[in-house]
Design a protein. Structure first.
Length: 141
């Protein structure tokens, strides 16, 4: 997203849950640019928001429900396959950079949802409990 925009079109009541914003209200003729921001300005903005929140005991989390590779799927060997080593490496590096870029980020949540069917490893835990490991957790550092 290069700029901050809003639609001048009439919104639909329902949109796809797959994160694809499509429809006449999202076509260029119906979009109004409110502000142009560079990626560095966006990063600075969110750092400021998180720092401000943290100073007031507000924690920021990024929550995702899926493994989607829109925009990179098929490129560089990255796919939606959860056991694809290139995909695993891509997500590890992405999460690492996210944490380094936003040091006041309190955490990342993951809930398996669409695009995640049959994509978990079950490993036994002590006392009969189970842990779901989606991408073989590894220390980031």
């Amino acid at each position: 997203l290069a700029d901050i925009k809003r639609s001048k079109g009439f919104p639909n009541e329902y949109y796809s849950l797959r994160g694809i914003w499509e429809g006449p209200e999202f076509e260029d003729g119906n979009l109004e640019t409110l502000k142009v921001m560079t990626i560095d300005e966006k990063i600075a903005f969110w750092r400021e928001v998180m720092t401000y929140g943290k100073s007031r005991n507000i924690d920021f989390y990024i929550i995702t429900w899926n493994i989607f590779t829109y925009g990179v799927n098929g490129k560089y060997g990255i796919t939606d396959a959860p056991h694809n080593e290139t995909t695993i490496d891509y997500f590890r590096h992405s999460v690492r950079e996210l944490i380094l870029t936003y040091p006041d980020l309190a955490g990342i949540g993951l809930t398996t949802g669409e695009n995640m069917e049959d994509k978990t490893d079950r490993r036994p835990m002590p006392k009969g409990k189970q842990r779901l490991s989606l991408m073989r957790p590894k220390k980031i550092g």
